[in-house]
Design a protein around this ligand. Structure first.
Ligand SMILES: *[C@@H]1O[C@H](CO)[C@@H](O)[C@H](O)[C@H]1NC(C)=O
Ligand SMILES: *[C@@H]1O[C@H](CO)[C@@H](O)[C@H](O)[C@H]1NC(C)=O
Ligand SMILES: *[C@@H]1O[C@H](CO)[C@@H](O)[C@H](O)[C@H]1NC(C)=O
Ligand SMILES: *[C@@H]1O[C@H](CO)[C@@H](O)[C@H](O)[C@H]1NC(C)=O
Length: 207
């Protein structure tokens, strides 16, 4: 009996000591005029439907507030009026899902979840791009389906290397020929000597 009580108490203390972590999603990107979903999740998951939930962008800069089991639009900044939706079904699973519609460039920045009763905060980031930037990114994405620039450079480098070798060999041969001609021109019996040279060369050939 005493053992059971001790164990129950230990379990209770462990549960109380377990840190409640809030895990943000990866930074999210949104296009101006579109909608975007920000998400954080509690670990371990606990039912938040009866807790107060704040999404804010700093002290007293409320994006969306949920208290007394319902949304409280009166507290939110005018710039987010009628543009936010908190998923109430996810709240029961300890997941904080906020959807912002008609995103504007001024929505760019960090967003914080704050759960006052649990003293838990969670920071996530939203990057808003213009339609122009979105189109540019898409173009760059589609251009990566072509062979990567590195490979193309390798191929042309190999060709250039081959051309250089051929040119060098050709130049060396030309210089040798010019030198031979000059040398044979300087010696009085150049023709005979060069004949001899040729004979030697021909004679060496079969070896
Ligand atoms: C979206 O927001 C812009 C201002 O950022 C506003 O001019 C426009 O009317 C809004 N569109 C909708 C459908 O609410
Ligand atoms: C958008 O917000 C991110 C942080 O979430 C910040 O790093 C970036 O500089 C901001 N961009 C603009 C244009 O304000
Ligand atoms: C971006 O591209 C879409 C089609 O892919 C086009 O309808 C839209 O007008 C473009 N926006 C801008 C700002 O260029
Ligand atoms: C896409 O390419 C354009 C130039 O073609 C460049 O200005 C822009 O920064 C690139 N965007 C990304 C996301 O790489």
């Amino acid at each position: 009996m005493i053992g059971k009580l001790l164990m129950a108490q230990t379990m209770f203390m462990l549960a109380a000591a377990l840190p409640l972590a809030c895990l943000p999603s990866q930074p999210v990107e949104a296009v101006e005029g579109g909608s975007v979903t920000l998400q954080c999740r509690l670990d371990p998951p606990i039912d938040l439907s009866s807790k107060t939930v704040e999404w804010n962008r700093g002290p007293n800069r409320y994006v969306h507030v949920y208290r007394s089991q319902r949304d409280d639009p009166d507290s939110q900044m005018l710039q987010y009026r009628d543009r936010t939706a908190l998923n109430h079904g996810d709240l029961t699973r300890g997941v904080l899902t906020l959807t912002i519609s008609n995103v504007s460039l001024s929505d760019n920045g960090s967003y914080e979840v704050y759960l006052p009763k649990l003293e838990v905060t969670c920071l996530t980031h939203l990057t808003v791009v213009t339609k122009d930037q979105e189109n540019q990114t898409k173009r760059n994405d589609s251009s990566t389906t072509a062979p990567p620039a590195g490979e193309r450079n390798d191929a042309s480098n190999r060709e250039a290397g081959r051309a250089t070798i051929i040119l060098t060999v050709f130049l060396i041969l030309s210089v040798l020929v010019v030198l031979l001609v000059l040398k044979s021109g300087k010696t009085r019996d150049g023709w005979r000597r060069s004949e001899e040279g040729r004979t030697e060369m021909l004679g060496n050939e079969p070896k």
